[in-house]
Design a protein around this ligand. Structure first.
Ligand SMILES: [Zn+2]
Length: 205
């Protein structure tokens, strides 16, 4: 069997969600930060492609989300946390027309609703990087909103999806088990950071 090509999907690991004093701090999100750091370090080390979604709101935007203001463009809360910030990232907003540079490995997709596929570049990236031998490895926050929407969008597009259970957290922790059970029933696989790191490094041998 061919070794799967890994594509990492880093969902909304921004300071407003992950910092304890962030505008929409996700409960217990501090606990996943070391695993987020390991995953992004691995991606950089192995030059794995990364799709990094980011809420990018403005106070005067129509508000399609059921949340208080968060991740406002130009505020520190919009920034990625240091563990997942990749300074060489290529940023694509939902209205950007530019094509993807062929050499880009880390793409930040700005979005105004919780579904990363609200940015049309997400579908284009999945077409470019996906396929029968591709495995999308999803992590970040929050399980019950943006992570779930990304996993469903990838499954709808016929992709293989692995969810890193020890690198996600939910706004409502009591809802997380039922959501993960449902995503597995729809075809996703649950994994952990250790397994992803071990498999990725073994694939080099
Ligand atoms: Zn948002």
């Amino acid at each position: 069997m061919n070794t799967p090509r890994l594509i990492f999907v880093d969902i909304d690991t921004q300071r407003d969600f992950l910092d304890p004093n962030g505008a929409l701090s996700v409960p217990d999100a501090q606990a996943i930060r070391p695993n987020l750091a390991r995953l992004i370090q691995l991606a950089c080390q192995l030059h794995l492609p990364v799709i990094a979604s980011a809420c990018a709101h403005r106070l005067d935007d129509p508000d399609p989300e059921p949340f208080p203001p968060h991740c406002l463009v130009g505020t520190p809360g919009h920034d990625r946390i240091p563990e997942t910030n990749v300074p060489t990232t290529h940023i694509l907003g939902p209205d950007h027309r530019d094509d993807l540079p062929a050499s880009a490995r880390h793409i930040t997709l700005h979005k105004r609703t919780y579904d990363v596929f609200s940015n049309p570049h997400a579908s284009r990236l999945v077409t470019t990087w996906g396929g029968p031998n591709a495995r999308f490895v999803v992590f970040g926050v929050a399980t019950d909103y943006c992570v779930r929407a990304a996993v469903l969008g990838l499954l709808d597009r016929g992709q293989q999806v692995w969810i890193v259970a020890d690198a996600i957290r939910a706004v409502d922790p009591t809802a997380e088990p039922a959501i993960l059970t449902d995503l597995v029933r729809r075809g996703a696989t649950l994994t952990v950071t250790d397994r992803i790191c071990r498999d990725a490094l073994a694939s080099l041998e």
